[in-house]
Design a protein around this ligand. Structure first.
Ligand code: NAP
Length: 432
């Protein structure tokens, strides 16, 4: 029997557990650890609450969790409650699937002013992440800005622009819905340091902006290169650029506006004790396609600024870390230690990208210690004994299910789910 610890219960963790379960049949026990009492990481705390079809992938992960060889062990933070060296003593292999939960910094003056938040914080707040329940984003002004031209920037701009009615059928948390419903924001400016051909937004997500009840996208037609230059673009990007061109023809006849500001590099955030405006430098593209500042600046008013410029992984003591992710060769970090998903490659790709990633690493594990080979490590029994010595109470599969029953039990018809936003509250629910 082999014992494997998968650290992190988001998509990468579950695909890896699924792959290990298949590779080993009944010859392995796979424990999926998470610092939160319930699983699903990005699916629970990252995917937009109005994108329920994306969240449905968790049904596949449910099946993995239900399988005989897989266990969930929650409320355990690796690197704090148990070290990597200890896990490697207890398990035959440890696979880090910890995702990329931290915001990259802008590195410009004023980014620490009140009113400036990272997308991980904002997205966590409206998704019921326990760390961000008290975020209280500045929704009292009329102007907000979102920095970045990726799908997360789109999520943030859309959530800021939707009406209460448009959140029906979503699972946005009640506290965020109430706050957004009372928001004074009427203009959300999306700042991109490069142009329409360089966006990282995908067509489905971009297309949604054209169908909002109370908000309309606004784009300067002059920001586009000649239409013929769309032809050589990769088909997905060409479709996205086509949608943007269509936005330029829309009438701004709704109360809210989502303004695309291209070739606009934030250089400072200013305000009297809180964010009031972003100073932006106009850019041009250099020969390599990078944004080069022209020296010409202007100001964009914004009392809420969400920086959506990418994420980084949490370092773990004694695990080599560089450039926002673990140092690895094709997923291999060190003897019996691996990384998968965003912790391995950085924050890119769709949820499904993590599947081949997890399977590839599971293949490496299986090649190093073939199914049927015998290990003599204690796995979960040893981990639980160690945690007990330290006074740490892990949650298990039954606890997780009880928490979810209570979440669903609180749902009111036609209104969003009430999720628990604090770990202590979660733990009380399961009688801890
Ligand atoms: P992303 O796709 O990498 O986009 C990051 C954006 O930030 C880019 O436009 C980048 O511009 C810009 N940026 C980076 N540093 C900057 C700086 N210092 N100043 C100004 N702009 C800066 O990252 P993401 O939006 O966080 O998304 C992460 C991954 O999750 C992506 O693969 C995304 O597709 C995926 N995702 C998917 C969905 C969905 O399918 N519905 C939803 C959310 C996220 P440059 O290009 O100039 O560097």
């Amino acid at each position: 029997m082999r014992h494997f610890a998968v650290v992190g219960s988001g998509p990468a963790g579950f695909y890896t557990a699924e792959a290990l379960e298949k590779a080993y049949g009944g010859q392995a026990r796979i424990d999926i650890l998470d610092r939160y009492p319930v699983p699903y990481g990005l699916i629970r705390f990252g995917v937009a609450p109005d994108h329920q079809s994306l969240k449905a992938v968790s049904k596949r992960y449910d099946k993995v969790a239900d399988s005989a060889g897989v266990d969930f062990i929650g409320n355990v933070a690796v690197g704090r409650d148990v070290s990597i060296a200890e896990l490697l003593e207890l398990y035959d292999a440890v696979i880090l699937a910890t995702g990329a939960p931290h915001d990259r910094k802008l590195g410009i003056p004023g980014e620490n002013l009140p009113g400036v938040i990272g997308s991980a914080e904002f997205v966590g707040w409206y998704n019921g992440h326990p760390d961000f329940a008290d975020l209280d984003p500045a929704l009292g002004g009329t102007h907000a800005a979102v920095i970045g031209n990726g799908n997360v920037a789109l999520d943030c701009a859309r959530i800021l622009s939707k009406t209460r009615h448009e959140f029906e059928g979503s699972d946005i948390v009640g506290h965020a819905l109430d706050a957004l419903d009372g928001s004074a924001i009427r203009t959300v400016t999306i700042l991109g340091r490069r142009g329409p051909h360089q966006i990282a937004m995908t067509p489905k997500e971009l297309g949604e902006l054209g169908h909002l009840e109370a908000a309309v996208p606004v784009i300067e037609a002059g920001d586009f290169p000649p239409v013929e230059s769309d032809e050589p673009l990769e088909p997905g990007l060409r479709k996205s650029v086509g949608l943007l061109r269509g936005f330029a023809d829309l009438q701004a006849d709704k109360p809210k506006r989502i303004v695309f500001d291209f070739f606009a590099k934030p250089v400072a955030i200013e305000g009297n004790g809180k964010a009031e405006r972003i100073v932006v430098e106009k850019t041009v593209l250099d020969a390599s396609g990078s944004a080069r500042g022209t020296g010409e600046t202007y100001e964009v008013p914004a009392s809420l600024i969400v920086s959506a410029i990418g994420y980084s992984t949490s370092p773990i003591p004694d695990v080599p870390f560089e450039g926002g992710k673990f140092v690895n060769q094709g997923g291999h970090i060190a003897d019996r230690l691996y990384a998968v998903g965003w912790a391995r490659r950085g924050p890119s790709g769709t949820i499904g990208t993590n599947r081949p990633d997890g399977y590839e690493v599971a293949d490496q594990v299986a090649a190093a210690m073939p199914s049927g080979s015998v290990g003599n490590r204690p796995g979960a029994a040893g981990l639980k004994a160690l945690l007990e010595q330290r006074g740490i109470m892990p949650t298990d599969y039954d606890d997780w299910r009880k928490i979810e029953e209570t979440e669903t039990g609180r749902a009111r018809p036609g209104s969003p789910r009430e999720k628990f936003v604090r770990v202590e509250e979660w733990l009380r629910t399961v009688g801890r």
